[in-house]
Design a protein. Structure first.
Ligand code: PLP
Length: 436
């Protein structure tokens, strides 16, 4: 009589006793290990694997960590890719996050043993990096910074804003809707393409909470255009709040059209808001920089408490500001000849393994987070587009252009070369060799 192999499937408890799985249960938690074991037993019952392979199959199926986020290589050429987590943190910032993940003195004074000001290190670092700001605060993201400013300074009153600056930031979210959701009324002035200081002057009055300027960070209007400068609006006598978007604290010659906090504050803005995870190169955060009286009003508003950042964000932000140049800054300033050299070297290695690879010129972009329309000369490894799914499965995200998969090396820094090599040689080789 033949024994049905399904009856030989080992019992769950027996499989869980495997030392590798027992260790994994300690590291990942029992639920994750149990579900890997259940899946492996099911495969054995379905006859897909021999019953004796259940433990090995479960071990092979274990995730690396108890979190479903997969680290990826951003080879898209978009330096700040919102879907891929925007700015990658520097090693210093990652280390700071790991250290802050335990118990830390985020709101405690080690010298006195009493409660201390929350996140002082990050705020000091922010003011040191942007001396034009009399005061600084940090909230969850730039959208939160805007919501707080609108609530604290203009709820029930008017925000005067140019029609060319009514921006949709992505995923259907529109800044004018966000501002209006706080109870402030938007007073639109000017036209889509032209708005002058006189337009603002005509709208400012007793109902004005502030004038809002928003950097059109993800689109460009060209041709017959005009926009008022901050300096022309300051004399109107109401606070000018400027959303600069990307978080450059000082001008960057590589992006001459990108606004920066120092220049906008020097022009007389009362408050600047920006993201922490765009060109600043840090964690997701909303920066509030400006006049001490206004920043303090925001910090004292009850809504602030709902928007404040956690200890890991404060740690990453401080380390980004005090530490070595973050990856985004290095990518932005990388010399194209060096990128080309890396592309040639990688493509040569891949060809030596029979992969249809070559170095190609590419054009990278800052991304939705800044500098719209600015092309950054770059270099890429060009592969058959048929490699795309296999590389994506291994966490390498490129972009398909003219029937080829381009792995852009401006957004994937030199530290990614090892991962690119492993992914291409490991997974893409069979598809690439077909030469399609
Ligand atoms: C990106 C952006 C925002 C939104 O910032 P988050 O930090 O993602 O909330 C708001 N305004 C402008 C101009 C932006 O570019």
């Amino acid at each position: 009589m033949v024994v049905d192999p399904r009856r030989l499937v080992p019992r769950t408890d027996a499989v869980l006793a495997d030392p590798r799985l027992a260790a994994a249960a300690g590291r990942l938690g029992p639920a994750i290990v149990r579900s890997a074991v259940a899946a492996a037993r099911q495969r054995a019952r379905d006859g897909e694997i021999p019953p004796g392979d259940v433990p090995d199959t479960a071990v092979a199926a274990l995730p690396e960590r108890a979190c479903g986020l997969h680290p990826v290589v951003n080879a898209t050429g978009v330096l700040l890719h919102t879907n891929l987590g925007r700015a990658p943190l520097s090693a210093a910032a990652r280390d700071a996050v790991a250290a802050a993940a335990g118990c830390v003195d985020v709101e405690y004074d080690l010298a006195t043993g009493r409660r201390g000001p929350r996140g002082r290190g990050a705020l000091d670092a922010l003011r040191a990096a942007c001396p034009a700001a009399g005061a600084a605060q940090v909230v969850n993201n730039n959208a939160a910074a805007l919501a707080l400013a609108a609530t604290a300074l203009a709820a029930g009153r008017e925000i005067v804003i140019g029609r060319g600056e009514l921006v949709e930031i992505g995923d259907g979210f529109r800044l004018p809707d966000l501002l209006a959701s706080t109870g402030a009324r938007l007073r639109e002035v000017g036209t889509t393409n032209r708005t002058t200081a006189a337009d603002y002057a005509g709208a400012v009055g007793a109902e004005t909470g502030f004038i809002m300027k928003v950097h059109p960070s993800n689109f460009r209007i060209e041709g017959f255009t005009a926009a008022a400068d901050v300096a022309d609006l300051v004399p109107l006598g109401v606070p000018v709040v400027v959303d600069i978007g990307s978080g450059l604290l000082a001008p960057d010659p590589a992006l001459p059209d990108e606004p920066d906090a120092a220049s906008v504050l020097a022009a007389g803005a009362a408050l600047v808001t920006a993201s922490g995870d765009k060109l600043l190169g840090g964690p997701q955060a909303g920066l509030l920089l400006g006049e001490p009286g206004i920043v303090e009003r925001l910090r004292r508003h009850p809504l602030y408490r709902a928007l404040r950042v956690d200890k890991m964000t404060l740690a990453a932000l401080e380390a980004t500001l005090r530490g070595p140049r973050p990856p985004v800054t290095r990518m932005l300033h990388a010399d194209v000849a060096g990128l080309r050299e890396r592309a040639e070297a990688l493509a040569g290695e891949f060809r030596a393994h029979g992969v249809d690879a070559r170095a190609a010129d590419s054009t990278a972009a800052v991304g939705g987070g800044g500098a719209p329309g600015v092309g950054l000369p770059s270099a890429a490894v060009s592969l058959p587009s048929s490699c795309e799914p296999a590389l994506r499965a291994r966490g390498v995200i490129g972009r398909v252009e003219d029937g080829r998969l381009l792995l852009d090396l401006r957004s994937a820094g030199p530290a990614a070369d090892g991962a690119l090599r492993e992914a291409v040689l490991g997974a893409a080789a069979p598809a690439a060799r077909e030469g399609n």
